[in-house]
Design a protein. Structure first.
Lengths: 509, 434
């Protein structure tokens, strides 16, 4: 039974300034479902990109043996020729083409250079039957649900005579019913001899399908747990995922917590496309003056969606629920309303949603509160520069001057510009989404210090983060989200990584 | 040596701005030689100004639209339509100029509001809406004119197209003194402003241009202005439309740099999502932008009709292309977020000098179009090659092995393994980029 199909040895992948993978080992046996677990940013997807040839063989160190033969892939098509197919989290389907056309996209069934439509649709129908999807192969992709689209991806993989199927968070975008169906299909394919690697956060899923679990943490492979040795338990996986050294430093602070500033009640948000999914489900939370509240949750738990839907309805199609500030209900249905009510939201994706990268520092800082610098519609440029210089000094933004283009700054300094922008809007509540993502350790400490100072100045701060030690290091209270539900509210004194992870992976009935 | 190196480094880092400036000078010199000095004869310089004024007026509005990441293909038809409306109002109905001109600008604003509504609030890409507008307003022009030209216009309107400021010495002196006063005064004002700006930048510890470049650039601008002044003064003085244009350039430059409206335009073009998440009412800004374009289109139409002394069914045909070309040659970025009114003016002048010079040489419109097309293509290609924008070192700077800026290591974005699943802000539907 235990015949290795894939052996990855000593995989090390470096990006400028970061070691994404360090001496990673992965052994997958033929015919098993092998799960890969780890926190966001641990390096799981990078490892799969190395395996599937997204990163060419000369851009990383280490050896890959597939069916006992070395692999030197330069592109995805090389790995597909050997029967390794990866299905990414973001589905790679063309919405206007039919199911059959998508299945054979780039791989068309043809005769003398002309597409053989009869064969295409016939073969597609056979593949759809294999994945248990009863749809007409000529139906356009956009007319079927995301769950079914996921099955089409698998059918597409089967058309390439897949031996090793890699699924990157396949159920992250699916509702429960579709998830169950997908997991059943993976088990069914296993019966037909297809080996699968599945990346997932959801521990109950892993317990359901996995024969082995490899845990990745901070770019290193920690251990491989095997079902036949009775090692796959929730506690064991959680310990492996979070068990890092708590060396990183956080600033000391003595919280002075005052009255409640913001309260969100019964907040429910639907997915903008798929109305059957509730991305945020009846969530209630509050935050007080001088308090730092954490929002913990795994990928897809609905943290960002919760924050953005509160901040000017910038996410989700229909929203129900109420927002109170100092006990009075407020309207935050547009961003400018939210800002007027003293709410600020610093996005997790500063390059796409936070900064105007082709503009300079001072104009980015003034962007959200330009009216504070203006009289009768005209901006006082000198005052703007003065303000920007103050922030540059107090936030320690490292740049030649405030006229420097933000696109040329490092991640940490960009983040400081984003924070300056929101501090200048003078909010009472700051929602910081992944404030230290993509930032080096030294700058992280500076960001933590800024957060502590904000709280000390009487602001109410909500921090969304995937890094549990970070939340434990800076928060006074932590909410956990799982599949859109608030599953726990933990005072910092009772919070441990294990207890939080327990709530974060909990499924609510 | 280090000063030279600094200057060189600065020039390569601003290759685009410097390049366009140098290009204009080279083109002027080229045609001055090729036309045996006709190009810079007083009468021709006056012609050059008047002939290009309506394109330059359109280019002001166009560069703003392009900075916001949109495009407007309808401006030529709108200019023609307003010319027709002016003809009906002033010639057929006999309205006085001081009623008809504001009324025409109002019609322009309504035209802009019509297009702005579809673009900003319905979310149809500007390319489509203004392509439709190009047809719609050309059609309305023909309907309004019943396919016949309307002529002649009253003298007051004609002054806008071909008139000159009065000669305060009564035409007795060789030089027209009011023009000299305006020209010298304007030059002094520009120099004063430049020096003040430099002082302010120094006070706030912002990088300044190297002194040598600052001196050369402003010295050159001053000399250029004085030469033009001299040339105009020795012909018939200052064209009225030049004053209109100068006021527009000053007002709109200030608007784009120092008003909330202008800042929001740059913010939307630079990053629409970030602008939305900063509380900018992006739809309202887009709407106003097109209203503004409509008003400027109307003004250009009035100037054009005034110059021809008639409202023509085909009036304004092709203006949109010249205005768009002016904005792009002047350094506006195709992706939006970058561009200046001053740049668009230089771009417009390059097109104008090319037009004028080639006409003097007797080149047919066939070759004129060919050459203008190539110039536009090269100017934008230069931008792409020299992508001295976010994160990149200029290729040309690299060729000179000069570091324009210390390299900055980008954030280690590569480690994140959860790229998707993040919600996108509700799109305003105004993100269409041509």
């Amino acid at each position: 039974m235990n015949v290795p199909i894939l052996q990855m040895r000593g995989i090390t992948k470096t990006f400028p300034g970061v070691k994404a993978l360090q001496d990673v080992t992965l052994d997958v046996n033929r015919g098993e479902v092998h799960a890969i677990c780890g926190e966001n940013g641990a390096g799981k997807s990078t490892l799969m990109k190395v395996l599937s040839g997204v990163y060419a063989h000369n851009t990383f160190d280490g050896d890959i043996l597939f069916e006992n033969e070395p692999c030197n892939f330069s592109s995805i098509s090389d790995s597909e020729k050997r029967g390794i197919v990866i299905i990414h989290q973001e589905l790679a389907l063309s919405p206007y083409l039919s199911i059959a056309e998508n299945i054979y996209l780039g791989n068309e069934l043809s005769r003398n250079g002309w597409v053989d439509w009869r064969k295409t649709n016939l073969e597609a129908a056979k593949l759809l039957a294999r994945v248990g999807l009863s749809e007409n192969p000529v139906t356009p992709i956009q007319h079927i649900s995301v769950g079914k689209q996921q099955l089409v991806e698998i059918a597409k993989a089967l058309s390439k005579e897949v031996k090793l199927l890699i699924l990157d968070e396949p159920t992250a975008a699916l509702n429960d019913e579709d998830s169950d169906h997908l997991l059943d299909l993976i088990l069914h394919l296993k019966g037909q001899g297809v080996t699968s690697i599945i990346i997932s956060h959801k521990l109950n899923e892993i317990r359901k399908v996995a024969d082995a679990v490899t845990i990745i943490r901070d770019g290193k492979s920690i251990e491989t747990l095997r079902l036949d040795q009775g090692q796959i338990t929730q506690e064991r996986i959680i310990r492996g995922m979070v068990g890092r050294d708590l060396e990183s430093l956080y600033p000391d602070r003595t919280p002075v917590i005052g009255e409640e500033v913001l309260r969100i009640e019964d907040w429910t948000v639907q997915h903008p496309q798929d109305h059957s999914r509730l991305v945020v489900n009846n969530a209630s939370l509050n935050v007080c003056k001088g308090e730092v509240v954490g929002l913990a949750g795994l990928m897809g738990a609905g943290r960002t969606e919760l924050a953005m839907s509160v901040f000017g309805r910038t996410y989700g199609r229909t929203v129900s629920g109420k927002v109170y500030k100092y006990g009075e209900e407020i309207n935050t249905s547009t961003v400018s309303d939210a800002i007027k009510h003293g709410i600020a939201y610093a996005t997790e994706d500063r390059k796409h949603y936070g900064l105007n990268l082709i503009e300079d520092i001072k104009r980015n800082i003034s962007m959200a509160a330009l009216n504070k610098l203006a009289k009768g519609g005209w901006v006082d440029g000198n005052q703007e520069t003065t303000v920007a210089n103050q922030y540059r000094k107090s936030m320690n933004i490292k740049a030649p001057s405030v006229a420097a283009i933000t696109g040329k700054l490092s991640g940490g300094n960009q983040q400081k510009v984003v924070l300056s922008k929101w501090m200048f809007s003078d909010p009472d509540v700051l929602i910081l989404d992944e404030p230290t993502r993509g930032i080096d350790v030294g700058a992280k400490f500076e960001i933590y210090t800024i957060i502590a100072d904000l709280a000390a100045a009487g602001k109410a701060v909500i921090v969304i983060s995937s890094e549990l030690p970070e939340l434990l290091g800076i928060c006074d209270r932590i909410y956990t989200l799982s599949a859109g539900h608030i599953t726990g509210e933990v005072p910092i004194a009772d919070a441990t990584q294990e207890s939080l992870m327990h709530f974060m992976t909990q499924e609510k009935e | 040596m280090s000063a030279l190196r600094e200057s060189l480094g600065f020039l390569t880092s601003r290759l685009r701005q410097v390049g366009i400036f140098v290009a204009l000078i080279l083109i002027v010199i080229l045609f001055q030689v090729l036309t045996d000095g006709i190009l810079l004869q007083p009468q021709n310089v006056t012609n050059l100004v008047v002939q290009n004024s309506y394109i330059l007026i359109l280019a002001i509005g166009m560069v703003m639209v392009i900075i916001a990441g949109h495009i407007d293909l309808s401006v030529g038809s709108v200019a023609g339509f307003i010319g027709a409306v002016a003809g009906v109002m002033m010639v057929h109905w006999g309205w006085a100029w001081w009623i008809a001109i504001p009324a025409c600008l109002l019609v322009g604003a309504l035209v802009g509001a019509w297009q702005g509504y579809w673009i900003a609030y319905v979310g149809i890409p500007a390319f489509i809406v203004t392509l439709a507008g190009m047809l719609i307003f050309r059609g309305l022009t023909l309907i309004t004119l019943k396919n016949q030209q309307i002529t002649p216009f009253p003298d007051e309107l004609r002054a806008l197209g071909g008139g000159f400021l009065p000669d305060i010495t009564g035409g007795t002196s060789v030089l027209e003194w009011l023009t000299v006063i305006l020209g010298v005064g304007g030059t002094a004002a520009i120099l004063f402003q430049a020096i003040k700006e430099r002082r302010v930048r120094r006070r706030f510890n912002l990088e300044n241009e190297p002194m040598a470049w600052f001196a050369v650039k402003n010295g050159f601008i001053a000399v250029l202005m004085l030469i033009i002044t001299l040339l105009l003064a020795s012909y018939r003085g200052t064209p009225v439309v030049l004053i209109v244009l100068a006021v527009l350039v000053i007002v709109y430059s200030a608007l784009m740099n120092n008003s909330i409206f202008g800042r929001h335009i740059y913010a939307i073009g630079g990053n629409l999502h970030a602008a939305e998440l900063s509380g900018i009412k992006t739809k309202r800004v887009t709407f106003r932008l097109f209203v503004n374009m409509g008003i400027l289109g109307a003004l250009a139409g009035l100037v054009f009709a005034a110059r021809l002394n008639s409202a023509q069914p085909a009036g304004g045909t092709g203006f949109e292309l010249d205005a768009i070309a002016a904005a792009f040659i002047g350094g506006a970025a195709v992706q939006g977020g970058i561009g200046t009114v001053a740049g668009a003016m230089i771009g417009g002048l390059i097109m104008g000098v090319l037009n004028n010079g080639m006409s003097i040489l007797g080149l047919g419109t066939d070759y004129q179009q060919l050459i203008k097309g190539l110039v536009l293509l090269l100017a934008v290609a230069f931008d792409i090659f020299n992508k001295n924008r976010v994160g990149g070192t200029s290729k040309i700077a690299k060729a000179f092995s000069i570091r324009t800026k210390p390299p900055v290591t980008g954030g280690p974005t590569a480690v994140k393994d959860n790229a998707s699943g993040q919600p996108a802000p509700v799109s305003s539907g105004t993100s269409a980029k041509p």
